[in-house]
Write a protein that binds this ligand. Structure first.
Ligand SMILES: C[S@@+](CC[C@H](N)C(=O)[O-])C[C@H]1O[C@@H](n2cnc3c(N)ncnc32)[C@H](O)[C@@H]1O
Length: 370
């Protein structure tokens, strides 16, 4: 049998190729996810992640033959989870890509704002409008897989994706990007054939096949609502590892950061701060406490008595104190320990991986064992 280290090293296996799928802000380094799953669970165990992001925890569990359940409110993260945990067959994805490409000429670019005309050449922009209109990503697995692959390459360094020069993990603001392209004489987007580029990416991703993984659930929604439903299922109390990383207080707006990918999913043509709870920056203390309290409270109801809880969070005082107190309240019989994560085993914090140097305080791992 192949060892885990071999399975995910480089890009030699399907498991390794899909493990890195999906650029996302504040993501777990994928090797860290494998290490934690391996250390704190065994084959056949059930793992839950109520703030799944790009689903590294659940994917690592599935590769290691644990059954997972991940919930994510942001459709970008959820689609990354769908593509790596339930990828459709390559032939169907390639066929659908061709269909979407053929529809591109039905779309007019007349009303598209300057930002889009500078970011994408006409062929790409028409293709994106067709994908935006026609892909039924919420309901259809082939469409979800294709949409997810397009999302990954929607913006990237020049030459690596569909766009003019952009960052891959975070969508830049419209004014900032336009000014930057003008200043750097880059107002003309690269000429790209979107069919050829996406087909090349599909060929590479599927070259070693689909990952061989255990059955796992990938749920789109607010954990507070979804966990209530899950808790009411018969045999709900089966999870032995809760492995997650909640949003950090007042740090990130996952929706504004991904506005361009959310536009492709049908959202607005610019970055907007949404009004809905849990879809904007977590900067209200009471709301933040309620979210953490509700989610960990509901999780405690579906965990086995001899479970492990592994939470990575921010070391800033408010986030850390809130999380520790709430975890102690819901898991009163567990022993608790914390590990500071900076420049020790994993030199790159989740946020530094993205290139954000403003996140100085680092992270902390909170571990509760029965
Ligand atoms: C720190 S990130 C998790 C990153 C993840 N560990 C990874 O490796 O990609 C926190 C995630 O929680 C999600 N989130 C916030 N509130 C939520 C809620 N009420 N229900 C489900 N997901 C939520 C955010 O959209 C964000 O993706």
């Amino acid at each position: 049998m192949i060892k885990t280290e071999e399975l995910i090293k480089g890009f030699k296996t399907a498991e390794a190729r899909w493990a890195r799928f999906g650029p996302y802000y504040a993501m777990f380094p994928f090797k860290f996810a494998f290490d934690i799953v391996k250390k704190y669970s065994k084959k056949g165990d059930y793992i839950i992640d109520p703030f799944a992001g790009r689903y590294s925890s659940i994917y690592a569990g599935a590769v290691l033959k644990r059954n997972g359940l991940g919930i994510e409110i942001n459709p970008v993260g959820w689609l990354y989870g769908i593509a790596k945990i339930h990828p459709a067959n390559k032939k169907d994805v390639a066929g659908r890509l061709f269909e979407i490409y053929r529809k591109r000429n039905y779309y007019s670019l007349n009303k598209m704002p300057e930002f889009f005309r500078m970011c994408y050449c006409d062929e790409v922009l028409k293709f994106l409008l067709a994908a935006r209109k026609c892909l039924d990503w919420k309901k259809n697995n082939v469409d979800a897989t294709l949409m997810s692959i397009i999302l990954v390459y929607l913006h990237a360094k020049l030459g690596e994706g569909l766009s003019n020069q952009m960052r891959m993990t975070k969508s830049m603001g419209i004014n900032y990007a336009v000014e930057w392209w003008k200043k750097n004489n880059m107002t003309k987007p690269p000429e790209i054939n979107p069919y050829e580029l996406i087909m090349k990416k599909i060929n590479w991703r599927y070259e070693k096949g689909k990952p061989n993984i255990a059955e796992s659930r990938v749920v789109l929604g607010d954990s507070i609502n979804e966990l209530k439903i899950i808790a009411s299922e018969s045999n709900a109390k089966k999870f032995s590892l809760l492995f997650t990383s909640p949003p950090y207080y007042s740090i990130t707006d996952y929706y504004a950061d991904q506005w361009l990918r959310l536009w492709l999913l049908g959202g607005a043509e610019n970055a907007q701060s949404l009004k809905e709870k849990h879809k904007r920056r977590f900067s209200n203390k009471q709301e933040y406490c309620d979210l953490i309290d509700n989610v960990f409270g509901l999780c405690s109801k579906i965990m086995k008595d001899n479970s492990t809880v592994y939470v990575r969070t921010d070391r800033r005082e408010f986030t850390l104190k809130t999380t520790l107190n709430i975890l102690k309240k819901h898991f009163p019989n567990h022993k608790i320990k914390t590990i500071n994560r900076e420049l020790k085993i994993y030199t790159k914090t989740q946020t530094k991986l993205f290139g954000d140097k403003s996140m100085k305080p680092g992270e902390v791992d909170i571990i509760l064992e029965s």
